[in-house]
Structures are given as structure tokens and as C-alpha cells.
Design a binder for this molecule. Sequence first.
Ligand code: KIV
Ligand code: ZN
Length: 519
Amino acid sequence: MSDRVLIFDTTLRDGEQSPGCSMNTAEKLEVAQALVELGVDIIEAGFPIASPGDFEAVQEIARKFGDRATICGLARSRDEDIDRAWNALKDAARKRIHVFLATSSIHRQYKLKMDKPEILRRAVEAVKRARGYCEDVEFSPEDAARTEHDFLAEVVEKAIAAGATTVNIPDTVGYATPRQYFEAISYLKQNVPNISQAVISVHCHDDLGLAVANSLAGVEAGARQIECTINGLGERAGNAALEEVVMALRTRQDYYGLSTGIQTKKLCGISRLVSTITGMLVQRNKAIVGQNAFAHESGVHQHGMLQERTTYEIMRPEDVGYTGTNLVLGKHSGRHAFRDRLAQLGYTLDDAAFEQAFKELTALADKKKDIYDADIIALVAKPVPEPDDVWKLVSLHTSAGTGSIPTATIGLKHGDAEEVRIDAATGDGPIDAAFNALERVTGITAKLQNFQVRSLTMGKEAQGEVLVEIAVKGVIHHGKGISTDIIEASAQAYLKALNRADRAATAVPPVNPKDEGNP
Ligand code: KIV
Ligand code: ZN
């Protein structure tokens, strides 16, 4: 058995399905580029039948990156899904069609209303159709972890015989325990006669917080592909976090004896990118990529660390690209120091982008004395207005104080129009007033579901990062803003989320692959 574990990233498909995390094509391309540089083996770029936007994103990713990673598209076990996936993928040098069909008794009885022979027939037909197009075909018996072992083995055997080159064993609802999952994979290894003709893959959801543990248990039982997402993004509680499975295999190489092709120094960078694009905050104490993942606060720990790093540190922060809160630049730092620091942080900017970032750095240094790594990252990775952000912030003025009514006046531009649309509103405080004014100008009514503000670095002058989650007609949208002024950061974040809502209102409603699997 190979000692190389394939990393199959599904941030752009299962991750993107998580509420409020939808990305446009430009954003997906940016994430795909980062995934390629990270060294993932397979990128599940989307579900082409879901919407024209999904199709276009998979097609562009296939065309642009299909020679550097295998690009995969998801399809239900239906002819039209498989044909659409193929059309999106066909220009890639390395491509994979991923077909799925639920197999558990609950799904058979209530969702598909099919008996076992019917499931077997449809699965085989779907794999054969996909193989007619493509040599690399993955089959997933959805809800495999709750499927009877003997039936699961039969489906897997028939799928391999029909041409599946990877068989994925999803714990779709995050129900399995590590031991059970280990036993399910072991059962397949022992009871599927042709199992050696396919790679076994694990795909675990985190409803009980066991996605990473289950994935590793599956690998111990013989799986050689892990399906995972950056920051553990995904439906409900999410999928197994890529950074965690990869670092577990690497840090405990002594135990697993396995390796991946991941450039681990890029893990923190891609985590920040995905958080910025989706507006989904990474919790401070998140393993590997959280802001506190390498912070030692207790005196006993600090003392131990000073004597010998390995007393309390099992990984080197630099191995995952962790930057901490280093003080790096000041008002008088020049272009050279800035370029150097950017390179150390893993950013290469073209000349125009570098000059723009340097101009912003100088402006920032006027507002705050000390510039930290986190400031630099915020500067180059900050959410910039995208071409399809139809509303752009032009001006913001707020007034608030004890005994006065907080008010905000907002000026926005719409599309290419020169005219600035201005309106004002009051609120409970200046931020609430700014949000109300934004709604008045855009004409979008939203419900604020979550609002978080945190300081990116230390000190009173630190930049504030604001994340908002809004609901518009029951659909969740995220937005993120960064500024030394938290009212401005809040307005940027809210406007970002409103822009996403605006876009969603005009888009074709997507098909959720879990809504109906009935071919
Ligand atoms: O969780 C799941 O079962 C899935 C399948 C489509 C593989 O995401
Ligand atoms: Zn899933």
C-alpha cells in the first residue's frame, strides 16, 4: 500500500455549500490558485449542474489549473448531471467526475424511495456513463457511514467493477465514531474482492467534532485519500479541516508513517484567504491556523519554552506559516524592507499591486506607529471591492455622543454611474445608524444575525476587523471589513454582505446536491 495520502480539497464545493459562504467565479479562481500552490492533489471545483455560475467556475478552474492538479466536478447519478460535469471539466489535462448516490436505509426509504437492487443498478449506470467520458471516476455512496456493511460492500464492489477508480466513504451526517469508521473501512478492505483496484477515500463531517479523528481512523484502516476543506468549512458543522489532517500526518509521521504533498508553510496564508473571501471568522484557538495556536501565555509554559522549545511546542510555527504578532515595520521603513517582509509572508505582488500596497502602508503608518505582520497581511489580503460588487462606498459620516441621537450619512456609487447616492439614518449607535443608511441607499432590507469586531494586532491604534452575518429573505450572507476606524470597517463589512445579497437576488437559484439525490 502506498505511503502517500492524496489530499482532495472540497472547499469550493462542500465548503461553499455552507450558509453564507458562496463565492463568485473570481473568488473561486483565487482560492483555486492558492490550493494549487498549496500542493493539493485534487480540487473539487464545484457542482456544475447546480447553476450556470457553478458551471462557469468549474470550467474556468479546469482550463486554468487542470495541468497542475486534478480538477473534479460533482454529479448526482443522473445522465444530465454527468454530462454537465464532463462539459465543464473536459478542457483540463487532469480531470475527475465524482458521482454519488445515497445508500443508507434512511435515504433509500425516505429520500430516494428505491430498493437495494435499484440503487445498485443506478450506481453502476452512473459510473459507467462517467467512465465513458473520463478515466478518473470517483463514486460516493452518500451516508455510507450509516449503511449496512454488507450492502455497502456490494455497492462498492459493483462501482469498482463498473470503472470507479476512487471509492469515497462519506460520513455525510457526522455520525460515526473513530472506531466505527475504522471498522467500516477495514470491512471494505476485507470483503470487497476488487478493492485494490481503487483508492479508498474518506469524507467526514464534523457534527460531533469527530471529522478529523474519523478521517485519520479511516487512513489507519487503509484509506489513501482524505476529502477536506480549508478551515473545516462546510455544511452545518463543516468538513474535516485540511490543515489539521495534514499537520496530524506530518507531526505524527512516527506513528502514521505517511506523507502528503502539501506545502505546509502555506497553510496559514490560505486559511486567511478563505476567511477573507467568505467572511467566515477563524476562531482564535483553532488548531494550526488560529491566532492563538502558538501563543504561550502561562508563566510555566513560557519558562519551559525558554529552556527548550519542544517542552510545549509539538510543531514549529514557521512550518505552517504562522506569523504571530511580530513587530516588523515602522513609519520610516522603505520599499525594500516592505518587499522583503511580503516575501517572507509568502506574498508576491506585481509592480502595480506592490506600489498600491506601499502607498496604503505609508498611509497606515501615519495612523499607527507600529506595523505588525497582521497589518501587512490585512493590507494585501483585505477584501477589495470586486468588479461585481455593484455598490461602492464613497463617503461615510457619523455623529454620536451622550445625549444626542446617533446619525450616519452614507454616499454610494451604483455600478458605473458617476452619480453618488446619498442618504442618512439614525440608529442605536453610529454603527447601527450606518447600517440603516446603507439599507436605505441600496434598498435592501437585512437582518443582522452576527456582528464581531476584533483587533488585528496589539495597542490602542490597532486595526479593527469586523465580520458581519446578515439574512436577506432568509438567505445568509457574510461580509468583512478592516480599518483603523471600526465604524468604517463595520460599514465596509455590511456593504460587502449587502452586495452579496444583491448578487444572489439576480442569480439563478442553485440546486443543492443534498436536496434530492433521486435520479
Ligand atoms: O457529505 C457527503 O456525503 C457529500 C457527498 C456528495 C460526497 O458531500
Ligand atoms: Zn460532504
